[in-house]
Design a protein around this ligand. Sequence first.
Ligand code: PLP
Length: 402
Amino acid sequence: MDTPRGLQFFMHPGPTNIPERVRQAMARPAVDFTAPYFCELRDRCLERMKGVLKTKKGFVIVYAASGNGAWDASIANVFSPGDKVLVPTTGFFTDRWANTARAYGLQVELVETPERRAIDPEAIARHLAADRKHDIKAVLVVQNETATGMRHPVAEIRRAIDKTNHPALYMVDTISSLASYDFRMDEWGVDLVIGGSQKGLMLPPGMSFTAINDRTWQAAQVAKNPRKYWDWRPMIDNRRQVHFCGTPPITHFYGLEVSLDMIEEEGLENVFARHRRLADATRACVRAWGKGGGPEIWSLDPEAASDSLTAVLVPQGHDADRVRAIANDKYSVALGRGLGALQGRVFRIGHMGDLNEPMLLGSLAAIELALAEAGVPHARGGVDAAMDSLRAPVGKRVAAVA
Ligand code: PLP
């Protein structure tokens, strides 16, 4: 490995770059978490998170845990052993959430989604329509499948559920989409949201949350699953989190307040527009590399390609991990690896969170060099294509919230 010099370009699809302002805010001593100072900070953050989730009806429950913890909380609190949930498969992360459900004794009915395609809402409608006895208690969807870089149609799935008049709860994992592209808890009728700190929210890993509405809260009162750490009941008073099971993630709250400031200063819709712009440039680059049989964007449907990361499929017989190793060791550009069945077949370029054009262009240039050095066939000119994409006029900026 060459001696690393200069900046490391961290292009992972989570955790993501932590802005200096957030790091500074977190570099402070812990305080008594029962003191008014912390309680007020907690209340402010929980309230402001609702803006990012676009909810007035829901409330947020935070855990000192990674995203897996929020999955556990969603299953432990809402269901009883033997309950059935419907999971449209999208890859690595739905497999894992489904396994969490199985670990609590739930029955998981899968709706298979064809590889490299978005979930078909009609397929969900068919399953629900066939469930005449309403045995299915919830539909579990990952909005942004981080393993494949695909976005799934949350609003359309709500409409499909409504069409069948099925009472199933609708639960959506937004871990790698929240604060990167649009999500609307109330408008899209989402009953439970899963979120995490380490992606669009630009914080370190270790804080996750669920946001729930009154239907989900009611379901938690009758659910029989065993729960202790995740139990909402002692944490919530009048739709407000007032306790944590154990010590809260105090320093994450310092950071969260600043990350919410940053999002509000930029304006949430502008944050989305920036993500779209960087994602478009990345996709233009990969499409240029792919001319004549080179790497491809994993999503076959352009509309379903994620704005928070791009999964790049290398041609058969080539090793995506070799590209990653060269990019990392020689050019200090850290990329995400292929997960599960996609290991060695894809590398993932994270373009979410605290990122700008030069960071992206520098990284794409380094990846282009790494493709050549790894002997992966590709057309040159990817970075030019990304620059052309960035030259396209920027839409009118939306006024910031702050
Ligand atoms: N859900 C999605 C969509 C994810 O991308 C991740 C992690 O990357 C998780 C859940 C699990 O979160 P964690 O790794 O923080 O436990």
